[in-house]
Design a protein around this ligand. Structure first.
Ligand code: SF4
Ligand code: SF4
Length: 180
């Protein structure tokens, strides 16, 4: 839970969506740590600037933010699409509908956060999307065999979902997008 340390270090506060929010950079951040024996003066913890805002709570498609600062991981699309193992039956029908076309993670609660309005897209080469991670075609993804999956997502966090998990998510997204 490095975000708790980040809050203590004054980098930002844990917002009502339970992610770290920086007043300067928003919440699309990558945290890093340096372990040292140096004796350093500690910074002041950050102040919570959420105020009366509830945009992230309202934006959540599966009502996973059950109350301010509390996320029920078992309803969160990020957990369901990345961490949860098993076939489609492992995901409650009601939650599958809320997944929409999301096949790896979900950022709806971050998308609406006013502190992300000023976030600058990174120029860092290592973080640039590939054609497989920027609006990929679901039909093409659904045809990926395990070997090709390992090659195209080599060094990508998408490997975390595993081949079986990604194809399960793609199958749910395809069904959600079918005209009823
Ligand atoms: S990541 Fe998506 S599903 Fe999870 S709490 Fe945020 S909006 Fe809800
Ligand atoms: S959307 Fe609003 S309530 Fe949620 S983290 Fe951002 S400022 Fe806080």
């Amino acid at each position: 839970m490095e975000k708790a340390w980040a809050e203590q270090a004054g980098l930002g506060w844990i917002g009502k969506h339970s992610n770290l929010v920086s007043a300067e950079y928003g919440s699309w951040l990558l945290l890093g740590e340096i372990l040292t024996t140096l004796s350093l003066e500690a910074d002041e913890p950050a102040t919570d600037l959420c105020g009366s805002c509830t945009l992230c709570i309202q934006a959540c498609p599966t009502r996973a933010i059950t109350e301010p600062y509390i996320v029920d991981a078992t309803r969160c699309i990020s957990y369901l699409t990345i961490e949860l193992r098993g076939d489609q039956t492992a995901i409650a029908h009601e939650l599958q509908g809320g997944m929409g076309n999301k096949i790896f993670g979900c950022d709806d609660c971050l998308d609406v956060c006013p502190f992300n309005l000023r976030a600058e897209p990174t120029q860092e080469n290592a973080f640039q999307p590939s054609r497989w991670s920027l609006s990929p075609h679901l039909n093409e993804l659904s045809q990926l065999d395990e070997q090709t999956f390992a090659i195209v997502f080599h060094q990508s966090p998408i490997r975390r979902a595993k081949h079986q998990g990604l194809l399960r998510n793609v199958g749910i997204a395809q069904r959600n997008l079918k005209p009823s």
